[in-house]
Ligand binder design. Sequence first.
Ligand code: ADE
Length: 221
Amino acid sequence: MKIDILTLFPEMFAGVFEESIIKRAREEGKVDIELHNFRDYSKDPHKKVDDTPYGGGSGMVLCCQPIFDCVNHLKTEDSTVILLTPSGKTYQEQDAKRLSRKKHLILICGHYEGFDERIRYLCDEEISIGDYVLTGGEIPSMVLVDSITRLLPGVIKEESYQQDSFYEGLLDYPTYTKPREYAGYQVPEVLLSGDHAKIKKWREEMALKKTKEMRPDLKGD
Ligand code: ADE
């Protein structure tokens, strides 16, 4: 998969994309991530990317030209263009699954007070990572890249993400490791029994119980 990210702050991504699973996926060629500073596409003599809003108001608004030119330069018939914005559709694990099957994603990170509304015409989707406002689309882009990359073939074992929270609409079951007792807290006996059928049944019951307790809005019945 190819992922192009349009941002005014490419340095923000270094730590996240240069460690752990994302780093390995990049090195193994499973994902090709490229950062583009859309200021480089500005035709303004001072490389300006924003301006004051028509009709008045505070703050600066991202202009169309640098973002249109950058997207049009990168876009092919395989591209899905996504705008990160708090007014987009709320991102869920099922979106990560769906987007992990695409060939090419172009992610546009907004910044400052907002962007010229006409930038929306460039986009196939508008995504929000939750009902709160961040300073820009950089962290939301990292969230998309991380959640999508881990689902790409061969990045992590399929059975690891199949049992993850949300994968089948339920939260994950509880897990434990050594020692058997810690600070007076015991590992449930069933996990020490060696009876795999019993363990499987217990895990299913616990996933359901946890989902009902913690996230009654998920299916859980
Ligand atoms: N930009 C600022 N806040 C955001 C959010 N919650 N989701 C996506 N993009 C954003």
